[in-house]
Design a binder for this molecule. Sequence first.
Ligand code: 13P
Length: 268
Amino acid sequence: AKAGHYAVGQFNINNLEWTKSVLLTAEELRSPVILGVSEGAGKYMTGFGTVAAMVKAMHDELGITVPVALHLDHGTYEGCYKCIKAGFTSIMFDGSHYPIDENVEKTKELVSVAHAMGMSIEAEVGSIGGECADPEECKRVADLGVDMLAAGIGNIHGKYPANWKGLSFETLDSIQKLTGQMPLVLHGGTGIPEDMIKKAISLGVAKINVNTECQLSFADATRKYIEAGKDLEGKGFDPRKLLAPGAEAIKATVKEKMELFGSVGKAE
Ligand code: 13P
């Protein structure tokens, strides 16, 4: 993605419907895709082992041929080891809340373990809460040999407040200059205007995370179905019918993002 000047989307999954919608859309659009699993979502789905088994089986049953990564999102140190054991293909170690020396030390250890297992690893510097990371600290972590780096550039998770100042392209630019060819990760993809997404990609972002936007699309479509009384008509209460509009809405959001990120047709 980095060499091709586009970004691969990470779409967080919450259940079977989510996973199916994301995988089918990636296949239809011939786009590589990353399925993100937070520690909370992993727990909700009864554990990382359940998630890995479901994703692997669904991938095979659906005959998915585009590249798919199963990636831990904002992992703790312990969570990373659980996902390595469970059969994930990629992890994110989020040590951004530790003092930088401790973040470096733990990231370094996990880089060697993940790479020995043939997995990729994302690290984080500077939290995703609207602040900007220190480019020198980013260089220290990038130099550990991580495969991708998430750095705060004014981005936040969830909806952006009306008074949000926007992404700091100055920070992004200096981080990329210091880290060379390191693929950078843009968290908080929900609600970032299209022009900012495109500029971020042009400055070195090669992975963009989207979670809330799929949740909002799903909730909105489900609300419309129920408010229209469709669940009360015939067998409209059947979960296969009740959850269908939400699942279609997720597909539409994922499609829109893949087109914006430029990953459509990039699967080999
Ligand atoms: P959003 O929920 O804002 O899309 O952020 C997703 C994310 O960054 C997951 O790590």
